[in-house]
Design a protein around this ligand. Structure first.
Ligand code: GDP
Ligand code: IMO
Ligand code: MG
Length: 430
């Protein structure tokens, strides 16, 4: 058995959560391999709408085991809220959830550090979700992080206090006005109290050596789907640095984030939104700063699942898409939000970039101030949200799909035509 991978090929929010939920019944295990509560994965099933941040998107199916891998970072308070929200809709998450002992903890003081560092960046701010992602991964790499498995070991609280005090001293040096730190109603002392309570509850969930769990599962012929967070253009190495997240969001991250070998990787499903969005700062060459951008935002409800911020909207960017397909070894593309483009008469597609008279058809090292080279395609102006099979999709959409397949060399096997799990068209077998 091999591990299939599902990840985003743009700047995140491609609809990964929806598609994982659609595919979950085909898998025994769904495993998150990187990122933390900066992610917001939305699932819609009938009148139930669930947004997951830390918990894998297979959690709606009681037969599916959901693993939070070693590459993920966990804020117990946010995770506990997810568990309670799931309980309210009748889902007993801890009953089929496993946590890798090696997953690192986001401490309250990591969130504080994230905030002071972001304020300190001034105009160069990244637009972080302020969930403590950067500082937590920094500590992991600096070999001074705290892993969730340590909770059961003696000396945990002393160790915690040592880390917290070091962070508070560091935060002090930024000399940030304390009133600026009251973001999202964040108050350090309250947060810490609730965080420590939540940690106790979260640590009652079964912990495993995730690397042994995934390999034993494979030996026992169990099927595994690895679920990515964020998107390739937010990858720490290959995204538009420094406007990126702090983990490897690409297929390579599956190996380090779950303890797998490259030879264990099977099919790679790349999720592509039919247009592009980005939250936070950073280059976005095909961004639309006009009414068309507004129309896409309004029609696609493009507001962050984690922060509620309006998402920047623009046309599909083929240079970025081909770059992502190349690095991830994508075998299948799943196209989402095709229904949103139904309101557009003439659809733009970015085929290259220009800057100061120079043309680019590959991703340049410096992505600042690029102007898009655009082609126009006919829209379909037809409601496709009830389509159930390929034949019910309009010819202009088939043209759009063929263009993506020709440019990337990868088949488009699913077209998503609405947020609900039922609004999914399988266009080719896979
Ligand atoms: P993720 O982070 O990649 O899981 O994506 P998000 O959940 O942050 O954002 C995707 C948003 O689009 C969510 O509100 C989904 O419910 C919604 N969505 C997913 N697929 C489709 C689709 O095909 N059409 C429409 N209209 N909405 C979709
Ligand atoms: P999902 O999994 C979209 C963006 C932030 C910011 C940058 C760094 O839902 O697709 P961080 O909090 O990681 O320090 O923020 O990355 N970002 C996301 N954008 N979807 C996400 O996750 C994101 N996670 C982080 O907006 O620009
Ligand atoms: Mg999201």
């Amino acid at each position: 058995m091999k591990v299939d991978v599902l990840l985003g090929l743009q700047w995140g929010d491609e609809g990964k959560g929806k598609i994982v939920d659609v595919l979950a019944p085909r898998y025994d295990v769904i495993a998150r391999f990187q990122g933390g509560p900066n992610a917001g994965h939305t699932i819609k099933a009938g009148d139930r709408k669930i947004v997951l941040h830390t918990i894998p998107s297979g959690i709606l199916f009681p037969e599916t085991t959901n693993l939070i891998g070693n590459g993920v970072i966990i804020d117990p308070l946010i995770m506990l809220k997810e568990i309670n929200d799931l309980k309210e809709v009748g889902i007993d998450a801890p009953a089929h959830l496993l946590v890798s002992r090696k997953a690192h903890l986001i401490l309250p003081s990591h969130r504080l550090l994230d905030a002071v560092q972001e304020i300190n960046r001034g105009d160069g701010k990244i637009g972080s979700t302020l969930k403590g992602i950067g500082p937590t991964y920094t500590d992991k790499i600096a070999r001074q992080g705290m892993r969730i498995g340590e909770f059961h070991e003696p000396g945990f609280m002393q160790n915690y206090q040592k880390h917290r005090d070091a962070h508070l001293r560091m935060a002090d040096q930024y000399r940030v006005n304390s009133s600026d730190l009251k973001f999202d109603g964040f108050d350090f002392d309250t947060y810490e109290r609730n965080w420590l309570e939540a940690l106790k509850t979260i640590c009652e969930i079964e912990q495993v050596d995730g690397e042994y769990f995934v390999h034993r599962s494979l030996w026992n012929q169990k099927s595994i789907l690895a679920e990515g967070a964020q998107g390739t253009m937010l990858d720490i190495d290959f995204g538009s640095y420094p406007f990126v997240t702090s983990s490897n969001t690409i297929t390579a991250g599956v190996c380090t984030g779950l303890g797998l070998a490259p030879a264990n990787i099977g099919r790679v499903f790349g999720i592509v939104k039919a247009y592009c969005t980005r939250v936070g700062s950073g280059p976005f060459p095909t961004e639309l700063h006009n009414e068309m951008g507004e129309l896409l935002r309004k029609t696609g409800h493009e507001y962050g699942s984690t922060t509620g911020r309006p998402r920047r909207c623009g046309w599909l960017d083929l240079v970025a898409l081909k770059y992502s397909v190349m690095m991830n070894g994508v075998t299948h593309i799943f196209l989402t939000k095709a229904d949103v483009l139904s309101v557009v008469d003439s659809i733009g597609v970015g085929t290259g970039y220009q800057r100061d008279g120079e043309e680019f058809d590959t991703m340049p090292f410096n992505q600042q101030d690029l102007q898009p080279v655009l082609i126009k395609r006919h829209g379909w102006n037809k409601d496709i949200s009830q389509a159930t099979c390929s034949q019910e999709l309009p010819e202009q959409l088939h043209d759009y799909i063929r263009m993506i397949e020709q440019e990337t060399g990868v088949p488009v096997s699913i077209v998503s035509v609405g947020p609900d799990r039922a609004q999914t068209v399988f266009t080719r077998g896979f």
